[in-house]
Design a protein around this ligand. Structure first.
Ligand code: CDP
Length: 225
């Protein structure tokens, strides 16, 4: 039996993992690595909000209008690979439109259904452990200092050939943090039962290894052998 099968057996074949955290905390990389490790499907829920933002941006819609943002939720399946999804204008619009309750409910069912798959899943976002999958087997809240997150985001943008200046990226991240934590609808928050993973001082490999340890510890607490 391999390591993955052993882990799956520990919880009767179904593992649901929720990974939340602020922008550029490393949650996406961690969630993808956990999905690989536990052989589970993965959903990056931020990509849904980005896809809505990209639709709106392309139409020239107004991000200040909840009504226009809801219309932009239709037909978001087709732009999944678009490089503009991670551009700064689209990131900013995503952060604005994700505060609208009607946008969140338009995207809710597809996330809930993904989480309800018989074999389990890994989802990452802002409200997975609190709203989308409150009964997840293991929850992680991944964070890092704003300085470190801004450095990572600058590197990521430059690698994608996009312009990036540290001071602007840092300001922008802080503004997004405020919008994410301050909004009324599903604000970014650590669930009471989420394990905290601060990746400020960690390499990617260290963060992933620690995430696997934390999830395994949670799984064995919930489903002792
Ligand atoms: O990669 P990064 O953390 O910068 O952003 P993301 O995870 O791709 O999310 C894009 C935007 O969608 C964020 O600014 C959040 O405000 C929003 N979001 C959300 O409200 N709820 C989620 N479950 C996921 C993302």
């Amino acid at each position: 039996m391999n390591e993955h099968a052993a882990s799956n057996d520990a919880v009767g074949g179904r593992i649901l993992i929720a990974v939340d955290g602020p922008a550029a905390s490393g949650k996406g990389t961690i969630a993808r690595s956990l999905a690989d490790h536990f052989k589970l499907p993965h959903m990056d829920t931020g990509a849904l909000y980005r896809a809505v933002a990209l639709n709106l941006w392309r139409w020239g819609g107004d991000p200040k209008s909840e009504f226009e943002a809801v219309r932009a939720c239709d037909d978001i399946g087709s732009n999944g690979d678009d490089p503009e999804l991670r551009s700064e204008p689209v990131s900013k619009i995503a952060s604005v439109i994700s505060a609208y309750p009607m946008v969140r409910s338009a995207l809710f069912e597809r996330q809930r259904a993904f989480a309800a798959q018989p074999g389990g899943a890994v989802l990452d976002g802002r409200d997975i452990g609190t709203v989308i999958a409150p009964s997840a087997d293991a929850k992680l809240f991944v964070t890092a200092s704003a300085q470190v997150r801004a450095q990572r985001r600058v590197r990521e943008l430059l690698e994608r050939g996009m312009p990036a200046r540290f001071a602007e990226v840092l300001l922008d991240l802080k503004a997004r943090d405020e919008r994410d934590t301050g909004r009324g609808a599903a604000p970014l928050a650590r669930a009471d039962d989420a394990a905290l993973l601060d990746t400020s001082e960690m390499s990617v490999e260290q963060a992933v290894a620690q995430a696997v340890r934390l999830v395994e510890a949670r799984l064995s607490e919930r489903h002792p052998r």
